[in-house]
Write a protein that binds this ligand. Sequence first.
Ligand code: SF4
Length: 75
Amino acid sequence: MSRAPAVTMRLRVDPVACEGVGLCAQVAGRVVELDRWGYPVIEAELDARGVKAAQRAVRACPRRAMWLEEADTLR
Ligand code: SF4
């Protein structure tokens, strides 16, 4: 019997729209860190708490440069 692939969420950033202000890391430091120039570095795999944090980051971004999308993974 085969199992359906699990659906996980992934946080994405548009590097053109992002201005490196860093609000995303302030509200969601669990899943977003800033590089030395202030641009976000994102946790690759989000667990349930990570998804909540990522939703906060998406809402906080003044440039609408972040979004969540589904990422299929094989388990
Ligand atoms: S809040 Fe938005 S614009 Fe600011 S660093 Fe994060 S993704 Fe970039």
